[in-house]
Design a binder for this molecule. Sequence first.
Ligand code: COA
Length: 189
Amino acid sequence: MDESSFTPPVIFTERLVLRPFRMSDAEDVFAYASDDEVSRYMTWETHRSIEDSLGYLRFTLDAYQGGNHYDYAIELAETGHVIGAGGAFRGIEHDGRFAQIGYVLHRDYWGRGLMPEAMGAFLRFLFEDKDVHRVEAYHFEPNRKSGRVMQKIGMAYEGTCQDKYFIKGAYRTVCLYAAINPNHSEVSP
Ligand SMILES: CC(C)(COP(=O)(O)OP(=O)(O)OC[C@H]1O[C@@H](n2cnc3c(N)ncnc32)[C@H](O)[C@@H]1OP(=O)(O)O)[C@@H](O)C(=O)NCCC(=O)NCCS
């Protein structure tokens, strides 16, 4: 693969297009990332100006060049607007066997099953196209909505990790969910 031209492959779902970010997405990113309610349980700070969104996009486009960065823009097919982001921003790890997923959606679009649709498709991509073995996701303990997304896409609750991360000035207890590739039959010794 020519790494200089890498971008994650586009994934289509019924209502969404998961595609690489572009610098021209800055206003759409700012629209969701500037909402304190949206960023509350995310690891990043609320965007205070369009410069924050441009900085995120610069970082992301640069990270694509490394050839292993799956942070997708989630575009609503009907409007062409980016309404969120999701994917595996650390890429596929451990020799192609593992990925951790994360996601965020504009508040106006909550409650329509859009994130389960997006992340369900991304999980299938990881298992079927990339042959990843294990996929994990964490949510801050109070963020039960996110746990519902994980359940809906077939991830299983594995436990609660006390004070796992120090984020935004406090220790955060997180819930861990995971899914194993259903196409893999080999059992650990
Ligand atoms: C978590 C999130 C991605 C869910 O996406 P979504 O597309 O709304 O997911 P769903 O439509 O399946 O709804 C999930 C749950 O959210 C709750 N919910 C739905 N609409 C809601 C609304 N308008 N307000 C508050 N909660 C709502 C429900 O409990 C729902 O579960 P249910 O279907 O069993 O009732 C979205 O709320 C979000 O972006 N939150 C902020 C960022 C975030 O927390 N990301 C995850 C970090 S781990």
